[in-house]
Design a protein around this ligand. Structure first.
Ligand code: ATP
Ligand code: MG
Length: 508
């Protein structure tokens, strides 16, 4: 339905729905696509839900429901950013709970989604957290990780914009080390210093200066061409003042730690050290330094906070592990699990969190939680947390046919990965179709009989199949060889294992 399943919106009068539907259709007709596109805020790609699904299809087979839901969630962010300012504050993301067995694509979908959106993304395991007051990671650390990620992204983007300028500066520094520039010879500047025997240095004459410029130009060219990369020069390198101070102890949370570290490193004077390095090395070291000097960190922090607040995604894996098992009583680990759930509430709902880079409001971060829920059920989560993940999607178990396609279709398909690896040794590897069918069938069978680990089974089966080739190339199987994997080959290498359950438990 159109109203997006917001809890609390119990019933919407039919007439309103009809009108809304009509309005939406009408809007679609009257607003040509071109116009909508031009209207988009920045130059980043803003895909429509269908385009997002199409993009996800390139990597993930099946799981259409989940793809659809995440596509809507992503597009809704763009819709929010393009709605009136006062409304923007009101629109909250509909967080998603993915339910599905291991290895069916939960993490993969979320990760790809973040890539498509160019959004800061962190994945955390719910079971790693401990309740406030206990030693271990506190839940707020997930938000700090997200900001860190955003800072890296913004910094990388800014880096590109200043790189050219920094390269120029670095070139001059290297040049200065090779051929020091001469002082100006005009009368007011004529006194340039003392010689070693304390007599005033003679100012450079005009012609000397020109000569110096010419030499510098010649060397500049050589440095650019990399002709002098091996030559050693002496440069000043500023020392990064300190690493981590080892002071974490019980009772001190990560935030306090960070503040102390910042404070101490701020107080220590920045030292610089002379080092003799090759020009190639100097270029690398100095470029890093100059880029950092040119990037305005305050700007980065501000942009990164905004980016994390408005486009950040946090993927909370293994949420089922912190759910209470029915009949679990109220003692031991269950108490702490519930504590973690309670700690999660304010973050998911929206609160202000202190980070190294400033205060971040988590209201508009998209949370995607995932779990297999074999033992526990979503209803075993405390009700308040259930309510904060209004969209539920179930991911299907993968079929034989899915396996076949997973082996073959995705851009990063396993077959393509192995082909590329052997290609690097000039060996061509290819798979016949019925070989892939056979592989899929076997993987499926082992999942049924031994343990269902989803598409990850394909990795184990494939590596077992190809192991010998991988070992023999290039010593025994030389360049320009062709390996064609046939159905018989697959059967020969794997069928014993598949039939012998005891063996396959260990090997596949
Ligand atoms: N539907 C799918 N299409 C293509 N590849 C898939 C699919 N499902 C899983 N894979 C592949 O299987 C591997 C594991 O998938 P993923 O990490 O998404 O599992 P998961 O559902 O998050 O499992 P877990 O609950 O154990 O975390 C990845 O390498 C992924 O590429
Ligand atoms: Mg996962």
């Amino acid at each position: 339905m159109i109203c997006g399943g917001r809890p609390g919106n119990r019933s919407i009068p039919m007439r309103l729905v009809v009108r809304l539907v009509f309005y939406l259709n009408f809007a679609d007709i009257t607003q040509p696509r071109q116009f909508q596109r031009n209207n988009m805020a920045d130059n980043q790609k803003h895909l429509t839900p269908r385009e997002i699904v199409a993009e996800l299809d390139k990597y993930i087979i099946g799981q259409n429901d989940a793809k659809k839901q995440v596509a809507i969630a992503l597009r809704n962010r763009w819709r929010r950013m393009n709605s009136p300012k006062d409304m923007q504050q009101e629109i909250v993301p509909n967080n998603i709970l993915m339910i599905g067995a291991t290895g069916v694509g939960k993490t993969e979908i979320a990760r790809r989604l973040a890539k498509i959106a160019d959004a800061p993304f962190t994945k955390v395991e719910a079971s790693k957290f401990t309740e406030v007051g206990y030693v271990g990671r506190d839940v707020e650390s997930m938000v700090r990780d997200l900001v860190e990620q955003a800072v890296n992204m913004v910094k990388a983007a800014k880096r590109e914009t200043v790189k050219e300028r920094a390269t120029e500066i670095v070139e001059e520094i290297i040049l200065d080390a090779l051929i020091p520039p001469v002082k100006d010879a005009t009368p007011q500047n004529s006194f340039t210093g003392f010689n070693i025997d304390n007599t005033p240095e003679a100012p450079m004459s005009k012609s000397d200066q020109e000569l110096n410029e010419k030499t510098r130009d010649r060397f500049r060219e050589k440095i650019r061409n990399g002709e002098m990369d091996e030559r050693k020069i002496e440069i000043n390198i500023s020392q990064s003042s300190m690493g981590n101070v080892g002071m974490v102890g019980p009772g001190m949370d990560e935030m306090a730690m960070m503040n102390i570290q910042e404070m101490i490193s701020g107080m220590l004077p920045k030292k610089s050290k002379k080092r003799k390095v090759t020009i190639a090395e100097a270029r690398k070291i100095l470029l890093e330094e100059e880029v950092n000097k040119l990037i305005d960190m305050d700007e980065v922090k501000e942009e990164a906070l905004k980016k994390a607040e408005n486009t950040g995604m946090i993927f909370i894996d293994e949420i089922d592990k912190i759910a209470r098992r029915t009949g679990g009583g109220g003692s031991g680990p269950d108490v702490s699990r519930e504590g973690v759930q309670r700690d999660l509430l304010p973050i998911v709902e929206g609160s202000s969190i202190n980070t190294k880079y400033g205060v971040l409001k988590s209201d508009h971060i998209l949370f995607i939680a995932a779990g297999a829920f074999h033992v526990s059920k979503p209803s075993d989560l405390i009700p308040e947390l259930q309510g904060r993940f209004p969209i539920r999607v179930e991911l299907n178990s993968l079929t034989k046919d899915d396996f076949y396609q997973i082996l073959k279709e995705p851009k990063n398909a396993l077959t393509k990965q192995y082909e590329a690896m052997l290609e690097s040794e000039s060996v061509s590897l290819s798979f016949q179709d019925d070989a892939l069918e056979q592989l899929a069938e076997m993987a499926y069978q082992i999942n049924l009989e031994v343990e269902n680990i989803g598409a990850r089974r394909l990795h184990t089966v494939m590596s077992h199949l190809l192991n010998e080739f991988l070992f023999d190339v290039p010593d025994v199987i030389g360049p320009n060889a062709q390996i064609v994997v046939t159905k018989e080959m697959v059967q020969e290498k794997l069928s014993d294992l598949v039939q012998n359950k005891d063996l396959s438990q260990f090997i596949l």
